[in-house]
Ligand binder design. Structure first.
Ligand code: NAP
Length: 249
């Protein structure tokens, strides 16, 4: 699908993978609406309009989608908003905080679903292109969906939900000419990793077969663009992890 002069929504656009993707989509000529909780410190990018919105609020999501449709023909959604706190099912302080568990599912899974569904309604109302295509949704899971580590029960559940959503969403939205794919990144150098030490980072990189380093946000953006521009990719989750399979800890 062509991106030039179309409109794209990117969530989590103020930071990390979302920011790199917003920049890459804008460089391809898309008008990007970048959604994030706090957009005040988001880097200014040509072609990107930031909208402060919480993906767990249907009202916020509807408002952001309305901003997008005012700008032109909405074709693309890339869901990158997410959170990744860790806690054990049963730890020294007792049972996993159930409010935290709910919050992680709410942001990572229900937020992704809400943005996809509300945006799909707007995309379905557009004219299709000459191939019957109307749009593409790219969601973000994690390799934790498959090899979640100690402390990742909530995060891995949320990302497993995103993986499970991919095929039925693609089937549901096929009648509107909308494709749905998911990227499951390994470990990417983003602010989400800002709190870990250099030594820990080096240890993470050493565990990646090849290339033996952390992934770059631009590599995620490159894959998102490839999915969007590849008309036959649909209903699939693609790992982007340098062949990393995570150990229990
Ligand atoms: P990031 O730098 O923390 O960016 C995520 C952005 O989403 C942040 O700006 C965050 O805002 C925002 N956000 C959080 N909750 C939100 C909400 N309710 N509504 C709107 N925006 C919200 O993280 P990242 O590394 O780019 O991660 C992007 C996605 O990739 C996440 O889904 C993450 O789980 C996934 N992922 C990342 C890695 C990795 O190694 N980095 C690996 C696998 C998967 P705040 O900063 O204010 O919370």
């Amino acid at each position: 699908m062509q991106l030039q002069d179309t409109v794209a929504i990117v969530t989590g656009a103020a930071s990390g993978l979302g920011n790199a993707t917003a920049a890459a989509l804008a460089a391809r000529g898309a008008h990007v609406v970048g959604i994030d909780l706090d957009t005040s410190a988001a880097p200014a990018l040509d072609g990107v309009t930031y909208v402060a919105a919480d993906v767990t609020s249907e009202d916020d999501v509807r408002r952001a989608v309305a901003v997008a449709t005012e700008q032109g023909v909405l074709r693309t959604v890339v869901n990158c908003a997410g959170i990744g706190p860790s806690a054990r099912v049963l730890g020294k302080k007792g049972v996993h905080d159930l409010g935290l568990y709910r919050k992680i599912i709410e942001v990572n899974l229900i937020g992704t679903f809400t943005v996809m569904a509300v945006a799909a309604e707007a995309i379905a109302a557009t004219e299709s292109d000459e191939h019957g295509q109307r749009g593409v949704v790219v969601n973000t899971a994690s390799i934790a969906a498959f090899d979640g580590q100690i402390g990742q029960a909530a995060y891995a559940s949320s990302k497993g939900g995103v993986v499970g959503l991919t095929l039925p969403a693609a089937r549901d939205l096929a009648q509107y000419g909308i494709r749905v794919c998911t990227i499951a990144p390994g470990i990417v150098e983003t602010p989400m990793l800002a709190t870990v030490s250099e030594e820990f980072r080096a240890g993470l990189a050493a565990g990646v077969p090849f290339p033996q380093r952390l992934a770059r946000p631009e590599e995620y953006a490159q894959l998102a663009l490839s999915i969007i521009e590849h008309d036959y990719l649909n209903g699939e989750t693609i790992r982007m992890d340098g062949a990393l399979r995570m150990a229990p800890r």
